[in-house]
Design a protein around this ligand. Structure first.
Ligand code: SF4
Length: 243
């Protein structure tokens, strides 16, 4: 496990719980609007950050959680992409051994690992990014076609598994950027997500250090446009919301 960062407390990231956020290092996606490039690069898990060391050691993390056990209710494991780390199950087991709930944020590209984690009772809340309609992930990230096709197929398996009424608290979430996702795309997405228990549309933050610097300062959807997109989403997925 390579820990890229730790946010000691959050009131927003785990629904209705006080959580800490653990950021894992490395991601297999390359979303143009990603505002955590320091967690995506280097993209190869096994290579640590530019100092050659994990930013946060596991020993430090366990010590932190042991100190805060009474004040925290949950840990959010996010990235990067946490499922790239083969020891994620053991890592989450250690968190749960401390009596804390676990939320996993994932892009869904490791369907087997996600299913196993859920079946083993290691996940209390799952948030899965749905980037675009399945055949349009190339709008979001410039990856070689064969890699993108394989990763998207995996994400589709994970999403469709969640849609089979899994007894798990979960949400889908989609970051919407005018340059990358149109109203027609939202309509296609809604078709894909019929039956979703929860689906959030969220505006991108096109500022700061983005993976694609050409997006910095570009137009984002207005609040009124977001409401229009939500109406399109709700036509097929009544549980859709704006975050
Ligand atoms: S937005 Fe998430 S999935 Fe996309 S590159 Fe960044 S960390 Fe990876």
């Amino acid at each position: 496990m390579i820990i890229g960062g730790l946010q000691p407390v959050s009131l927003l990231d785990y629904p209705d719980k006080i959580s800490a956020i653990v950021f894992t290092q490395g991601c297999n996606f390359h979303c143009r609007y990603c505002y955590n490039p320091m967690l995506v690069r280097p993209a190869t898990v096994g290579v640590t950050n530019t100092t050659g060391q994990p930013v946060y050691s596991l020993a430090d993390l366990w010590a932190f959680l042991d100190q805060r056990q009474d004040r925290l209710e949950a840990v959010v494991v996010t990235g990067g992409e946490p499922t790239l780390h083969h020891d994620l199950p053991e890592f989450i087991t250690e968190i749960k051994r401390r009596g804390l709930l676990v939320k996993l944020d994932t892009n869904g590209t490791a369907s087997q690992m996600v299913k196993q984690l859920v079946q083993d009772g290691l996940i209390d809340y799952l948030a899965m990014d749905i980037k675009a309609p399945w055949n349009k992930y190339d709008q979001i990230m410039p990856l070689p076609a064969d890699i993108l096709s394989r990763l998207t197929a995996e994400a589709k398996i994970t999403a469709e598994w969640l849609l089979t009424d899994q007894p798990l608290d979960y949400e889908f979430r989609t970051t919407v950027v005018p340059q990358l996702l149109s109203a027609a795309d939202i309509s296609l997405l809604a078709e894909q997500l019929i039956g979703a228990r929860s689906w959030y549309l969220q505006k991108a933050r096109l500022a700061g250090d983005l993976l694609d610097p050409s997006l910095v300062g570009q137009r984002v959807y207005t609040d009124a446009e977001m409401v229009e997109l939500l109406a399109i989403a709700k036509a097929k997925v009544p549980t859709a919301q704006i975050r």
